[in-house]
Design a binder for this molecule. Sequence first.
Ligand code: PEP
Ligand code: MG
Length: 316
Amino acid sequence: RKAEEEARRGLPARTRDGHEVEIGANVNRPDQVAVALSQGAESVGLMRTEFLFLERGDAPGEDEQYETYRGMLTALEGRPLIVRALDIGGDKQVPHLQLPHEENPFLGVRGARLLLRRPDLLETQLRALYRAAKDGGALSIMFPMITALGEVQALRAACERVRAELDAPAVPLGIMVEVPAAAIQADVLARHVDFFSIGTNDLTQYALAIDRQHPELAAEADSLHPAVLRLIRLTVEGAERHGRWVGVCGGIAGDPFGAALLTGLGVRELSMTPRDIPAVKDRLRGSDLSALKESAQRALECETADAVRALDGGEA
Ligand code: PEP
Ligand code: MG
């Protein structure tokens, strides 16, 4: 029975009517890749590089970062890796970067905003990434906390400059959709990126105006709130208009019902904590895309998050 279960983990997340969803893992370190693969991960859909900067007294240099990214690609043996550029600010503070105090860090200099103000951090990370890309493997780079087209253009230009300097191969460049403005303007942004990955943790926080860490309110920050689902649908529509794919790397991707709804909304890749993978794969393998689409349509029309959750079980 154990052998049977392990074999099942390795099967693709293909619905009964033949639609396949890519299942990625959220993994930050090369030594965690093997565990993710044993749970059935097909890729790493989110490597949070903040972890390289935390719990230490200084920032990692180019060589150290390069070794880590190369280690991830080596451990993945050709499977895709999406590295997210540094997302500091908000709930992720790093004392040694000596960033100014902000009254409201979630609405402040965070993610892409910080990268564009600190070319030292951006250049070092991009150089390490493009050096790793030169060694082979399937690397993609994505940028966090994107709000405006100008940020995308500036970051792409920085990538191209570093790539050319190193004579490295081009790699797919994507953005996190985690601010409502990016979801609403997805059709505009899609022209300028290769893919979107929706960060539902932050998208929910910013759409519902609930601090994701708030001790009293966080439980109400439900990523299945119909308002959040409508933003996800807008993102997919905007992406599809330009032939781009959309993934989700926030926590709801690892919830079996959430994964089913996201698939019905047109999301093509789900990246999650490794231990969530087997149950998500089982759920999708027992579903029909046609039923998931109907269920997603019903969810979009729901009045409340509770009403969305009440649809669980009705679609498969
Ligand atoms: C998210 O916001 O959903 C996300 C995946 O990024 P993080 O949790 O690292 O902010
Ligand atoms: Mg986020």
